[in-house]
Ligand binder design. Structure first.
Ligand SMILES: [Zn+2]
Length: 459
């Protein structure tokens, strides 16, 4: 036993638990009941079937918000509302790619979010190939003038999804770097791990003052086809990529609450994002996330009024750059949040949890380890960092708990036409709901005061 644990044990003995803690529902019983959950499936099925794709700040996302309000009210939540915000709108156009010359053939692409346009006539140019981001960075200024840059990488599937952070740079900043060196357009190997002929979309970023150029992802089979062609000699391609920036539009966060009995004890925020990319139906990204959070809150609500208010937030416009999370943090900066966490990594089994809890509330992590253990979830030693949506509120010192889903399948479907309901495994989804229900119950009813923390690494 470490000195820290010994002190915690002595402190626990010295302070009898307040009366409400003794009447709080048993998290283990809630966990076991949630292993039969159908609420999360019902939400995921409904949202992906009745709405489908929900691109941020479009009519489809607005319909998804109306659907969500009706759903959350029907579930019995209180204070169900939409908080709107403004953001730039980007919509997809045509997207075709063909190799010219003796090996003429079409390749499969999809535009990256915020891609510029080639114009209706398209562009024709020679490929400049960069096997890695480092190769692209090393290219001399102006050396890509008039060329189409093609950036590859070597992402592999990992349980913790960590390769997304490393190789995702090819998508997030590769186009900007290529544009700065004169490229007329950019192709990247999809940030994904499947060998289906499905390119993966996702947002790319432009520096202030850069005019966006056309930027698209090749599916993995097409990227490797292009690499083989490049081995045979120079390759010329024609690209037609015509997305549009449509000026400012409206998105919004959908909020629902379970009011707590002790308004001074702070708010427990759990959520996911309501918007999705436009080429699939946003099942694993992130219908399951909003479904898991709402199902957990509903289960805790039905077990009796919690001590703390549970606030379920279905964030808008996460995919194009976390606009919903930023808007929420700004609008609610003066409220006391004691936890903020989101589910945005699919719905495969949760295998690990990490916490970022203040000194006086470390006992929550210990109780969590006990109740999550039987679900096959072990305690990690990283500092919980949250994600895009809760990142801005966590940066103000709000504690967090991260429940990590397995990432082994996630990047096979992420941001592809294949992100559809059939990829959700109902049994694994139930394991997620069980873990989230137990975690939400433990934090919402914790007798400890939960103070602030040094922010973890937001990702
Ligand atoms: Zn997501």
């Amino acid at each position: 036993m470490t000195k820290r644990f010994l002190l915690a044990a002595v402190a626990a003995l010295a302070l009898p638990l307040p009366a409400f803690a003794q009447t709080a529902p048993d998290p283990a019983a809630l966990r076991d009941a949630a292993l039969k959950d159908d609420i999360a499936w019902d939400i995921t099925e409904g949202l992906t079937t009745e709405i489908g794709q929900r691109l941020a700040a479009t009519e489809a996302e607005a319909r998804a918000r109306a659907w969500s309000v009706a759903k959350l009210e029907a579930m019995g939540f209180r204070n169900v509302r939409i908080e709107t915000f403004k953001m730039p709108v980007w919509v997809r156009g045509e997207e075709t790619a063909e190799v010219l010359g003796p090996h003429a053939q079409k390749l499969t692409i999809t535009a990256l979010g915020r891609s510029g346009s080639t114009g209706p006539k398209g562009v024709e140019a020679e490929i400049a190939y960069f096997p890695t981001m480092a190769d692209l960075q090393a290219a001399p200024a102006g050396s890509l003038t008039g060329k189409i840059a093609f950036i590859s990488h070597s992402m592999v599937a990992t349980q913790d999804g960590s390769h997304y952070g490393v190789f995702g740079a090819a998508r997030r900043s590769g186009p900007q770097i290529a544009a700065s060196k004169g490229a007329v357009a950019v192709l990247i190997r999809s940030i994904g791990t499947d060998y289906h002929r499905n390119p993966h979309t996702g947002g790319t970023n432009w520096a202030e003052g850069t005019k966006p150029i056309a930027a698209a992802a090749l599916s993995l089979p097409d990227a490797e086809q292009l690499q083989r062609l490049l081995k045979r000699g120079p390759v010329r391609m024609r690209l037609l990529i015509t997305p549009q920036f449509k000026g400012e539009g409206e998105s919004g966060n959908v909020i629902a609450e379970v009011p707590g009995s002790d308004p001074d004890a702070g708010i427990v925020l759990i959520g996911g994002h309501l918007d999705s990319w436009d080429i699939g139906t946003g099942a694993i990204d992130d219908a399951t996330g909003v479904a898991i959070a709402a199902a957990a809150a509903k289960r805790v609500m039905d077990a009796g009024q919690p001590r703390r208010t549970i606030r379920v937030v279905w964030f808008g416009a996460e995919e194009p750059g976390g606009f919903g999370g930023e808007a929420y943090a700004k609008a609610h900066a003066n409220e006391r949040h004691v936890l903020a966490t989101e589910s945005d990594f699919g719905a495969d089994r949760i295998w690990k949890f990490d916490v970022n809890l203040p000194e006086g509330a470390k006992g929550i992590g210990d109780r969590l380890a006990t109740v999550l253990g039987p679900l096959g979830i072990s305690r990690g030693n990283a500092v919980a960092g949250g994600g895009t949506d809760v990142g801005p509120i966590l940066r103000t010192g709000v504690p967090s708990i991260s429940l990590h889903q397995s990432g082994l399948r996630y990047f096979d479907y992420h941001h592809t036409p294949d992100d559809t309901l059939d990829k959700v495994d109902p049994e694994q989804l139930r394991q997620n709901v069980a873990a989230w229900t137990a975690m939400t119950a433990i934090v919402a009813n914790a007798p400890e005061d939960i103070g602030t923390v040094r922010p973890g690494r937001g990702e």
